[in-house]
Design a protein around this ligand. Sequence first.
Ligand code: PMP
Length: 354
Amino acid sequence: MHRVFNFAAGPSALPIEVLKTIHEELFDWKGMGASVLEISHRSKQFTETIEETGELIKELYGINSDYEVLFVQGGGHLQFAMIPLNLQFLGRGAYAVNGVWSAKAFKEASKISQAGIAAQVEKRVPLEEELKTEGAGFLYYCSNETVNGIQYHYVPKSKCVLACDMSSDFLSKPVDVSKYGVIFAGAQKNFGPAGLTVVIVRKDLLGKCGESTPTMLDYQTYAKSLSMFNTPPVFSIYVANLVAKWIKKQGGVEEMYRRSLLKSELLYSAIDQSGGFYYNDVKKEDRSLMNVVFNLKNPELEQEFIESAKKEDLFNVKGHRIVGGMRASIYNAVSVEGTQKLADFMKRFAIEHG
Ligand code: PMP
């Protein structure tokens, strides 16, 4: 079996142990004589799995009983609409915009209710004192800007309810969930396959969006039905369950964080010590531990960099089409060993072409 080192931004690498379990269990899941893809979501076996997955997320983050963990479809994009729909009873949202995804969320929210800007900055996260939330009901931010490689390393203190897009750093570090009203994350980066979005919501915020809200856009619908009002993404939830168990076995979010520090340091050192051959212009303190973006001083070498990396089994290092350049995503399932290999390759490439 040939496996490459996969630095894709999402969908992205899954732990090999998880893939092996899926492979083993596919034909006969939990003694049912059928795969998880072929059984009713109302079966005892699946009901147990969806419940357990919620419990595992609660356990990994240490979430208290004030919160519900919901499983939703529609990706991060649907949450850009569901957040303002469900929170507009608090008043308008104040949006901290510092990259592609927070900008999109602000644009979508503006279609639903009157959204305001809390701060708008580039190549960094806003300073806490820059966040303007007067008159707002909730403060929205994106903890890790996947395209731009910018990550918050603090939780904004605010009188407002906090709403956060954690799509690309979910379960990658300890988080004090009690500081938040709503957190959401698409599973396809740190936590499983595409098709599943996890929403963690404080119970007192449920059921306030009004009768006119479409059923599937109301968080309360999911909270009341074990996220099974309609047919949930069964396979994605099953895989997320396996990934959650894998994270727990590795040592939990603390261990994921320790590895992220190690992996990101390997790549940022390769950039910073390249004598300008590579550069990253995100403010140093705000660099992402998940998505390491960088450019080559000579952009004409980009294609050769990508092709040469591929020859060494280092895949998917091309940056997002909107910003160009390079990006290595080093989510939970990406090994320190694979990241070291990429860092070594970068150093060699710079010497050979510098
Ligand atoms: N938020 C962030 C931080 C993301 O990285 C992405 C996707 N890359 C999204 C939202 C949108 O997610 P989806 O494609 O699942 O709608």
